[in-house]
Design a protein around this ligand. Structure first.
Ligand SMILES: O=C1O[C@H](COP(=O)(O)O)[C@@H](O)[C@H](O)[C@H]1O
Length: 285
């Protein structure tokens, strides 16, 4: 699947083969792109998965991050994808959300809505934003209840161990290595019971958030980590600074990590794999 996908990609006029260099060197899960090619390639992969799951399941469940990811979805709202994707089958979730009103500039919903969702015809009922009238613990509980309902009705698939199995998760990575709202050194990294948890002490503002837990992230069919930044040691935040010291910083143009977009069921990554991604970026730099 990996090879045929690359062949198809290389036929795309805008996609260079720069990425395959790293694959040949053995970094199977990491592809490196220029900024333009990242958006092109991401749109291609997402559209492929949308077609596959829509055909197989009659639905395509996508969990979005906030942050810089959203601008790299920009090619999806253009031709040909705007017309060819069956948007009516999309169901959109958030891997993490800041507990702020939906019209607040810090809201991941607002970011995605302004930059992506408002430009494609996804049915509003298929967009599962948090209840922003609730405090973090209540918002997390209600979101988990929603997921359980959608698993029962088979809108979201189920993994063999009963976890929700999203068709695609699009993850970013913050400068301190956090994914979703799972921060290095935070006790939530060990949460293995809840599907959705909350925190009131996010090292990154705003402090109140809800987040998918690692078991749910790791249960998904496909995970694309879209990492587009430099990581630095300069931080006034003690915890973040310590985490960064342990993960020696690197500098790189732009990286797209796709740890499992081509993986098979047998190669399901674990939480450790996800956390191990940051050092693997360093090796590439
Ligand atoms: O706070 C958050 O940050 C991360 C990373 O964002 P980025 O701007 O550094 O790419 C994001 O993935 C997460 O969803 C968001 O809540």
């Amino acid at each position: 699947m990996k090879n045929s996908r690359n062949e198809k990609r290389s036929q795309h006029p805008n996609v260079e083969t720069q990425a395959s260099l790293k694959w040949e060197k053995g970094y199977k899960n990491v592809e490196v792109f220029s900024k333009e090619h990242l958006a092109v390639s991401l749109a291609y992969d997402v559209a492929q998965l949308s077609t596959k799951f829509t055909k197989e399941r009659g639905a395509f469940t996508v969990a979005l991050s906030g942050g810089s990811l959203i601008k790299y979805l920009r090619k999806l709202v253009d031709s040909p994808y705007a017309e060819t994707i069956d948007w009516s089958k999309w169901h959109v979730f958030w891997v993490d959300e800041r507990v702020v009103p939906k019209d607040n500039l810090e809201s991941n919903y607002k970011l995605a809505n302004d930059g992506f969702l408002s430009k494609v015809p996804i049915p509003p009922l298929n967009v599962y934003s948090i209840d922003d009238s609730l405090p973090p613990d209540g918002a997390a509980d209600v979101y988990e209840t929603t997921l359980r309902r959608l698993v029962t009705s088979n809108v979201i698939a189920t993994s063999t161990n009963g976890l929700p199995k999203f068709d695609l998760m699009l993850l970013g990575m913050g400068p301190d290595g956090h994914v979703a709202s799972l921060f290095l050194g935070h006790p939530l990294l060990n949460e293995d019971q809840k599907w959705i948890s909350f925190l009131n002490d996010s090292p990154k503002q705003p402090p109140e958030r809800i987040t998918f837990t690692f078991p749910v992230i790791n249960a998904s069919s496909n995970v694309a980590m879209v990492v587009t930044r430099e990581f630095t040691t300069s931080s006034k935040d003690g915890r973040r600074g310590r985490a960064l010291e342990q993960n020696v910083p690197y500098s790189s143009d732009l990286l797209a990590l796709q740890p499992s977009i081509q993986r098979s069921q047998e190669q399901t990554p674990t939480s450790k794999d996800l956390l191990a991604l940051q050092p693997s970026i360093q090796r590439l730099a």
